[in-house]
Ligand binder design. Structure first.
Ligand SMILES: CC(C)(COP(=O)(O)OP(=O)(O)OC[C@H]1O[C@@H](n2cnc3c(N)ncnc32)[C@H](O)[C@@H]1OP(=O)(O)O)[C@@H](O)C(=O)NCCC(=O)NCCS
Length: 183
């Protein structure tokens, strides 16, 4: 019988541009590095809700949630530094426990080399192994690159929250997307 790979494995992958990064679950010792990662992307101001994690304590509290059972954070690491991350949180109620909400953020300089796809695939692999029936996420309508990635993975649009995010002086729609993983 062929054994399933452990979705929480540490694995070195090669990006399209030849650079190598390690994909693995985050650890508490990563806190400063995961905080730098999210803050760099947050400061760009156009892709994610978070603009700045206020302090290391908040980042540590966030990292503590990830038990690898109901929630997971997979990081992409270059020479000890987190350069991208993808997380999944299970629904909190009996009625939505089968759903996992995904977030992903890769730093400038590491994009469009295949890492986003690899991180998403690893999160979905973990979700299938854990028996989730549905993946969901929210993406700003202006984020065409992210939307294409999700569509190519099979996500479909499930709704639009009109003018839900303020980006600079503009009110931008937020698209809700979902992917059924269940029977
Ligand atoms: C969105 C993001 C996760 C995509 O990851 P990535 O590593 O840049 O993308 P990949 O190289 O894996 O490309 C995946 C797919 O995205 C799409 N894509 C990539 N670049 C694109 C571009 N410039 N225009 C349109 N689609 C694009 C393609 O469908 C591509 O498919 P391919 O594998 O056939 O080439 C990453 O760019 C990122 O973190 N951006 C900043 C933060 C962010 O937007 N987070 C998501 C919030 S919802």
């Amino acid at each position: 019988m062929r054994r399933m790979a452990d979705p929480l494995r540490a694995e070195e992958i090669t990006l399209r541009d030849g650079r190598k990064v390690v994909l693995r679950p985050a650890r508490m010792e990563d806190a400063e590095s995961t905080m730098r990662n999210v803050n760099r992307i947050g400061r760009e101001g156009i892709y994610i809700m978070v603009e700045e994690v206020p302090d290391l304590e908040s980042e540590r509290r966030w990292l503590e949630e990830f038990d690898g059972v109901r929630n997971v954070l997979i990081v992409a690491v270059d020479r000890g530094e987190v350069i991208g991350a993808a997380d999944c949180h299970a629904g909190a109620f009996p009625k939505d426990r089968h759903v996992g909400g995904i977030g992903i953020a890769i730093q400038d300089g590491w994009r469009e080399a295949g890492l986003g796809r690899r991180l998403m695939e690893r999160i979905l692999e973990w979700m299938r192994a854990r028996g989730f029936a549905k993946a969901e996420l929210a993406v700003f309508a202006t984020n065409v690159r992210a939307r294409r990635l999700y569509e190519s993975l099979g996500f479909g649009e499930e709704g639009v929250r009109r003018r839900h995010v303020r980006i600079g002086d503009d009110y931008v729609d937020e698209n809700l997307m979902g992917l059924w993983l269940g029977p």
